[in-house]
Write a protein that binds this ligand. Structure first.
Ligand SMILES: Cc1ncc(COP(=O)(O)O)c(C=O)c1O
Length: 428
């Protein structure tokens, strides 16, 4: 058939389903050969403009020379992990503390799911309470604390949807579900569970849910409710962290959480996550002398990953990358919205900064209830049309389209052309 198909077939014999994460199962699946800058090539040599950007983990572009050189230098310098500390770890922690308003301390792990797990366990220990609140459609990783009510059909929103078999029933029931941008809902859940809620966890921009923006008033309201009720506010900035600016979304909205998690872009595809926050909480981890909250991980703070993060942060700051990405994101959204209008589609390119989401429906989109009113079938057909024409955006529902520093205006002009062609074809 093709080399791509052959590789997938070979993979399926030894890797369940042929892929290492269930979100990679989306058809059409590819065997990939390589990527550089904004482009990636499948096993058959077909070139794609990458609009997935490693699910937002790549911000500068693939195989960024400066980052890779820093990684190689670190590998040649020191491969020590697991004992004491290295300069690399200290420098990166200093950078986090310098930049993120809530961060007086930082701890490293290897993926975002670990970071949210640690933050929640810490909040439980700090408050002596067990329940947490997350939002319908919010994603914070694969563990039992947060997986419920993430990917829901309209009929199953707000039901007791586990998200995975094998989950601990008790863990599921300790996680309460609220509606995004609905402060009254949060308030009533807190009232119904007096003195029982340890933390509220949310992405400050719901990039996992159609880019739903959490209104400033809502974020301020969450802060106030947390303060009044002894609840810790956790901003999951695994995506927003280093993607929206040097200080996270907390630096933009002016609401300071108690704890935050940072991941993805900070490592420009190298495996990293950060749990950071106020010292009085962070010092409760048992890495500190009197701490009792377990914190471990053989690969935490490994030199070459730290080097990748340090260099990525240096380039982001030096080259004012965020401004470039915000401008390019606006250019993309404005252009696409014009094309939707010209072609007679009721659709909107939602999003913020470098991340956009095509939604076939009428906004505003404030929560998953609103997104479920949109036409997902048309959205998937549109996405498949782009993939067919060499612009890779995950061909499913409201998954994000993500820009990198390596993308150019010409790449986006090319997207406009293939989008127009696709929309015309869809009418036939
Ligand atoms: C907001 C958010 N939190 C946590 C995670 C989990 O991160 P990881 O996939 O690195 O475990 C993700 C992953 O997409 C995410 O988007």
């Amino acid at each position: 058939m093709s080399l791509s198909y052959d590789l997938m077939e070979r993979a399926r014999k030894v890797i369940p389903g042929g892929v290492n994460s269930s979100v990679r199962k989306i058809e059409p699946s590819f065997g990939w050969k390589t990527a550089k800058g904004s482009y990636m090539w499948d096993m058959d040599g077909n070139k794609y403009v990458d609009l997935n950007a490693a699910w937002a983990a790549c911000i500068l572009g693939h195989r960024h020379d400066e980052v890779d050189d820093a990684v190689i230098a670190a590998i040649k310098d020191c491969d020590l992990i697991g004992l004491g500390t290295t300069t690399y770890e200290v420098e990166l922690a200093e950078k986090i503390v310098e930049n993120f308003p809530c961060a007086e301390r930082a701890l490293f792990s290897t993926c975002g799911s670990e970071a949210t797990y640690h933050a929640i366990r810490l909040a439980r220990s700090a408050t002596g309470r067990s329940k947490i609140i997350k939002f319908q459609g919010g994603y914070h990783g694969w563990h039992d604390y947060v997986l419920r009510n993430t990917y829901n059909k309209k009929e199953t929103m707000y039901t007791r949807d586990l998200g995975s078999s094998g989950m601990l029933s008790s863990a599921v029931d300790e996680t309460l579900i609220c509606r995004f941008n609905d402060l009254e809902d949060v308030e009533s859940k807190i009232k119904a569970n007096p003195g029982e809620i340890a933390a509220i966890i949310t992405e400050p921009v719901a990039y996992n849910l159609g880019g739903v923006r959490l209104q400033d008033e809502f974020l301020r309201g969450l802060r106030k409710l947390c303060d009044e009720n002894g609840i810790l506010l956790i901003f999951d900035e695994v995506i927003t962290g280093l993607r929206v600016g040097m200080h996270g979304y907390q630096g933009i909205c002016g609401v300071t959480p108690d704890l935050c998690t940072i991941g993805k872009a900070i490592g420009n595809t190298y495996p990293i996550a950060v749990t950071a926050g106020k010292a009085k909480y962070m010092d409760m981890f048992n890495t500190a002398e009197k701490g009792t909250v377990a914190y471990g991980g053989t690969f935490n703070g490994g030199p070459f990953v730290m080097a990748a993060c340090l260099k990525t942060m240096e380039v982001l700051e030096r080259e004012n990358v965020h401004q470039y990405l915000f401008d390019l994101g606006d250019y993309l959204r404005n252009g696409m919205n014009e094309i939707f209008k010209q072609q007679g589609y009721e659709a909107e390119m939602t999003g913020y900064g470098s991340i956009s989401i095509p939604v076939f429906g009428k906004g505003p989109f404030n929560c998953q209830d609103d997104l479920h009113e949109a036409d997902m079938k048309t959205a998937v057909a549109f996405r498949k049309g782009l993939v067919k024409r060499g612009y890779y955006i995950v061909p499913a529902d409201v998954k994000r389209l993500c820009l990198m520093y390596s993308h150019t205006k010409e790449d986006i002009d090319g997207l406009f052309q293939v989008a127009e062609d696709t929309l015309k074809e869809m009418k036939k």
